[in-house]
Design a protein around this ligand. Structure first.
Ligand SMILES: *Cc1c(COP(=O)(O)O)cnc(C)c1O
Length: 445
């Protein structure tokens, strides 16, 4: 049961089929190019797209826009200390700004940085700082409770190959965004702590979805059964030397981010702070307006409320169940923020070089005005990965009938799946890694 009700609403409209065909053609068959008002149910991302609470809207008015020493900053600092256990923060305009601040301070040319799986902006910032990002996910079976875990032995192997002195930090991303939003256990985080100690490296947690991860821990890790999400949220971060955070995720805000460091780590704090001033803004706002600091301060406290986070994660599971009921193959168990559909399996007649994921994304929009995102051949050119479509749920935004509409749309697509065309690219940017954001395609006749 959702422990909130709507107080302000936004009109959404399903354009008729002819209009949807037209918009899709105009968009070059790329959902990123669609105008948002042409989309009925928008599952493109959960980043900054959620609904703020009345308390957050009220807090906006309290925003102290002083350049230095803003009260709003102090309220954010207290919220981070209470909820996440980090006493010192360097604010940033969003998560990647925080990554630039922290990784630029930690990493030198020729370093290696292991992570359970690097999120794309993390990978880019580590590379940009001269480091080599190395993915160390565990091998898991469908149904395993903590498929997001770090392969600790893999980190040790890396260290024996390149030398421990070349590894300044071990990173763990909770939940593992690039691995279907799968959670990480506290047992695994403790092992990561031990490895970091052995390598004399810092342990960094990418805490973007720390509240969702904490909820999974209370549900799946025996040691923490019956504990509160708020306690577990702090417990899991207690092992880290530093955190990076995007306020657009479990900050329940539309923008913002920060780096958290330990009170006694003067050296790292000072380095991060100076980089913050250089790239983000003065230490007490970091690229955010005072009102944004307020919204995030309230949002962080709400993120670990039992009733909120339970309905959040369970809504993702609910969408997964509705899809399975109409025969859609999905990754199980569902993770914290999105349902991942195996488009290769759903549309077996479309070969992977004709982008079955993109074919599904286009069909979902054409049939029901639903926007998802392809994570397969188009997004990751030349890698032998599964052809996935991700359906992200914005926080506190949609209701069950919206999810039912998504499932009905899938059922309608399934009926026509033999007729669906594959796609070819007609225009793509020079940097292939970024092509899914702007490429134009056309259906193959
Ligand atoms: C979103 C995200 C980031 C980057 O945050 P932005 O606010 O989008 O810049 C970093 N790491 C993870 C795991 C994320 O999900």
């Amino acid at each position: 049961m959702r422990a909130y009700k709507a107080k302000a609403v936004e009109r959404i409209e399903l354009p008729d089929r002819e209009a949807r065909e037209h918009y899709l053609r105009e968009a070059g068959y790329n959902a990123f190019n669609l105008d948002a008002d042409a989309v009925f149910i928008d599952l493109l991302t959960d980043s900054g797209t959620g609904t703020m609470s009345d308390e957050q809207w009220a807090a906006l008015l309290r925003g102290d826009e002083s350049y230095a020493g803003s009260e709003s900053f102090q309220r954010l600092e207290s919220a981070v200390a209470d909820v996440m256990g980090f006493e010192r923060i360097v604010p940033a305009h969003q998560g990647r700004g925080a990554e630039n601040v922290l990784y630029g301070a930690l990493i030198s040319k020729g370093d290696y940085v292991p992570n359970n799986t690097h999120f794309d902006t993390t990978r880019a910032h580590i590379t940009n700082a001269g480091g080599e990002p190395v993915d160390c996910p565990i091998e898991s079976e469908p149904g395993d409770p903590f498929q997001g875990n770090l392969d600790v032995d893999g980190v040790r192997e890396l260290a024996s190959e390149v030398g421990a002195e070349r590894i300044p930090a071990v990173v763990v991303t909770i939940t593992n965004n690039s691995l279907a939003g799968q959670p990480v256990s506290i047992e695994n985080l403790r092992e990561a702590r031990t490895v970091a100690n052995d390598l004399d490296a810092r342990l960094v947690i990418d805490a973007c979805r720390f509240a969702e991860n904490a909820y999974f821990v209370t549900q799946r890790e025996t040691e923490f059964a019956g504990e509160s999400v708020a306690d577990v949220a702090r417990e899991q971060l207690a092992v880290a030397d530093a955190i990076v955070m995007s306020g657009k995720k479990d900050g329940l805000a539309n923008v913002g981010g920060f780096v958290g460091v330990r009170a006694d780590d003067d050296e790292l704090y000072e380095q991060a702070r100076q980089r913050g001033i250089l790239y983000e803004g003065f230490t007490t706002y970091g690229g955010m307006a005072g009102r944004d600091l307020e919204a995030m301060a309230v949002g962080l406290r709400e993120a670990v409320e039992e009733t909120y986070v339970e309905s959040r994660v369970e809504q993702v599971a609910e969408l997964g169940e509705l899809l399975q009921e109409v025969g859609v193959p999905i990754r199980t168990p569902t993770g914290g923020h999105a349902v991942y559909v195996d488009a290769g399996e759903f549309l077996p007649s479309i070969p992977h070089e004709e982008f079955p994921g993109q074919a599904l994304v286009c069909a979902l929009y054409r049939e029901g005005g639903v926007r998802g995102v392809e994570l397969g051949e188009l997004a990751f050119p030349g890698t032998e990965r599964d052809q996935l479509v991700r359906l992200c749920l914005p926080r506190r935004t949609y209701f069950r009938d919206h999810l039912e509409h998504v499932a009905e749309t899938f059922a309608a697509v399934a009926e026509r799946r033999e007729e669906l065309p594959g796609y070819e690219i007609v225009d793509e940017p020079e940097m292939k890694e970024l092509r899914h954001f702007s490429a134009e395609l056309r259906p193959i006749e």
